[in-house]
Write a protein that binds this ligand. Sequence first.
Ligand code: FMN
Length: 206
Amino acid sequence: MIVNIWGTSVDEYVEVAKRLDGVKGVSGLELNVSCPNVKRGGHTFGQNPRTLARLVAAVRAATRAPILPKLAPNVPDIKVFVRAAQEAGADAISLINTIPAMAIDIERRRPVLANKSGGLSGLGIHPVAVKLVWDAAEAATVPLLAMGGVFGPEQAVELLAAGATAVAVGTANFIDPSTAPRVIDGIAAYMERHGMKRVRDIPLAR
Ligand SMILES: Cc1cc2nc3c(=O)[nH]c(=O)nc-3n(C[C@H](O)[C@H](O)[C@H](O)COP(=O)(O)O)c2cc1C
């Protein structure tokens, strides 16, 4: 079980990481760095490589569990964040989180979401995830856990082909909770069709 954690300051992340350290069944901590604000400076952790590195290093020192920062998709160059995270001690990297988005009800003349805007997930963001995983893989020396619009084995294989080591399913679970086992079976069928023995054989040659 990989636990996704969040805080409004480095200290809060560190406190949560400490409380989860050594807890039975917790095999990793995924750091959600895509929304919170730091105490000073006003940058979100996932939008500034130096702030991200400071956070990862602090959590690294607070736990023995593997840590996976989950990178924000809306950055100019994902490779900068990949390098910052891994140099600070990340054991793997998760990507992508939702993409900031907004919908407006034009008849009621107000934003659809009470929060005005929110995070876009699902099939629509899948090509964005493929591109970011492809770019991230160029800089990554640690495994990449990829997500973003995986609704079936096709999208999972695509993310693996782009360079991911493993794939996660988010939104599709709300629609069909049997998505994950279906994806696993579909990856196995794809590998058989293509004469592949290991998932490691799926990434494209560059
Ligand atoms: C309802 C909802 C809640 C989410 N909550 C979190 C969260 O607490 N922490 C986090 O890192 N990502 C969160 N995400 C992002 C997802 O984990 C995932 O990165 C993103 O939705 C892309 O994958 P998907 O298209 O398979 O959902 C959430 C997404 C949705 C739709």
